[in-house]
Design a protein around this ligand. Structure first.
Ligand code: CP
Length: 317
C-alpha cells in the first residue's frame, strides 16, 4: 500500500481487522520493519491524538519520526500556483513538498478543510499535492474530506464491543459553537457503508452530507426515532455541506445534545466520539462518563489503526 486516504486503500476490511487484532496482541512484533526508515508527520492543524498515536505507532515499528508543525517554526507557505509572492508567504508548497520528501521515507499529512472553496476542499488540493510532488508514500492524518485513521480505529472499537453480528450504528449530528469540517462524519459514513452494519445518519434539515459519503445509509431527520434500538451512537458536529451554506453553522439546537434521556431510547448503546469533544454541547457529562462510553478505547485504537497502515506502507517500500 503506497497511499492511505480512504477506506478503499485498505482493501478487504476483514483482513485489515485481523491485522489490527494481531498487532494489538503484540505491538512490537514488527519492531525491525521500520529500521532506518523515517516517518515525517506534517501538521497544518492542531492535534493531540493523531500527533501522539501516529508517533507511537511508527516507533513500535522501529521508525524514526520527525514532526513538523507547518504554522510554528516553518516558513509560511503559499499554496496557490500563479500567485505573485510579494506578500507574507516566503515559500511555495510546490518547493516545500519535494524538499520534505528528501528527508523521509513516508509522509503523514494533516490538512483540514479551509471552508474558502468547497471545490478545493472536496478535491483534496493539499493532500493530493503531497501525493503528486513528494515522491514518497503518503497517508492522511485527516484531510479536508476524510479522517480514515480515525474511522479505522472506530471500526476496530465497534468490532471489539459489538454484541450482535450486525449492530445498528447511528451517527448523530450534535451542536457546536464553531464551524467544523465534514471529514469525520464523511469518513465514518464511508467506512460504515463498507461494512454489513445497519447504518443510520440523523441531523437537522440543512446538514445533509455529500451523497457520495451518505451512500446507502438511512437518513432520518427525527433524532429520537433514529436512536430507537441503536447499539452504537456516534456523535459528531459538522458544518453545513450544501450550498449556499457550505462551511457555516446554521443551528446550535441543544435539543440534539446526546443526553441520558436520548441514550434511554437506544438498545443500551455504546457512546462514541472521536474527541476532542465539547461536553454538554455534543454530549452530557453523564453519558461520556458512563461505562458504555467508548471514547477512550477509540483513542487508544488510533495507535493500532496507524500501525496497520504504516506496516503496510513499509512492506511496500
Ligand atoms: N480524533 C482526532 O483526530 O484527534 P486530534 O485532532 O486530537 O488528533
Amino acid at each position: 500500500m503506497r497511499y492511505f486516504t480512504n477506506v478503499h486503500d485498505l482493501g478487504d476490511l476483514k483482513s485489515a481487522l485481523a491485522e489490527a487484532f494481531e498487532i494489538k496482541k503484540d505491538r512490537y512484533k514488527y519492531e525491525t520493519l521500520g529500521k532506518h526508515k523515517t516517518c515525517l508527520l506534517i501538521f497544518f492543524n492542531n492535534s493531540l491524538r493523531t500527533r501522539l498515536s501516529t508517533q507511537k505507532a511508527a516507533r513500535n515499528l522501529g521508525m524514526d519520526v520527525i514532526v513538523l508543525d507547518v504554522n510554528q517554526g516553518a516558513w509560511k507557505l503559499e499554496t496557490e500556483r500563479g500567485v505573485i509572492m510579494d506578500g507574507d508567504k516566503p515559500e511555495h508548497l510546490l518547493e516545500a513538498i519535494p524538499v520534505m520528501g528528501c528527508y523521509c521515507d513516508v509522509i503523514g499529512v494533516r490538512s483540514f478543510a479551509r471552508f474558502e472553496s468547497k471545490k478545493d476542499d472536496y478535491e483534496e488540493k493539499i493532500l493530493n499535492q503531497f501525493i503528486q510532488y513528494s515522491g514518497r508514500p503518503v497517508f492522511s492524518m485527516e484531510a479536508a474530506t476524510r479522517h480514515p485513521l480515525q474511522s479505522f480505529a472506530d471500526l476496530i472499537t465497534i468490532e471489539e464491543n459489538k454484541r450482535v453480528e450486525r449492530p445498528k450504528i447511528v451517527m448523530t449530528w450534535a451542536p457546536h459553537p464553531r464551524a467544523l469540517p465534514q471529514a469525520v462524519p464523511n469518513s465514518f459514513a464511508e467506512w460504515m457503508n463498507a461494512t454489513g452494519y445497519e447504518f443510520v445518519i440523523t441531523h437537522p434539515k440543512g446538514y445533509e452530507l455529500d451523497p457520495r459519503f451518505v451512500g446507502n445509509a438511512v437518513v432520518e431527520y427525527d433524532q429520537d426515532k433514529a436512536l430507537e434500538g441503536a447499539d452504537f451512537v456516534y456523535a459528531k458536529n459538522w458544518a453545513a455541506y450544501t450550498d449556499p451554506n457550505y462551511g457555516k453553522v446554521i443551528s446550535t439546537d441543544r435539543s440534539w445534545t446526546v443526553t441520558t434521556e436520548k441514550m434511554a431510547l437506544t438498545n443500551n448503546a455504546f457512546f462514541m466520539h472521536c474527541l476532542p469533544v465539547r461536553r454538554n454541547m455534543i454530549v452530557s457529562d453523564d453519558v461520556i462518563e458512563a461505562p458504555t462510553s467508548l471514547v477512550i478505547p477509540e483513542a487508544a485504537n488510533r495507535e493500532i489503526s496507524a500501525q496497520v497502515v504504516l506496516k503496510r506502507i513499509l512492506e511496500s517500500l
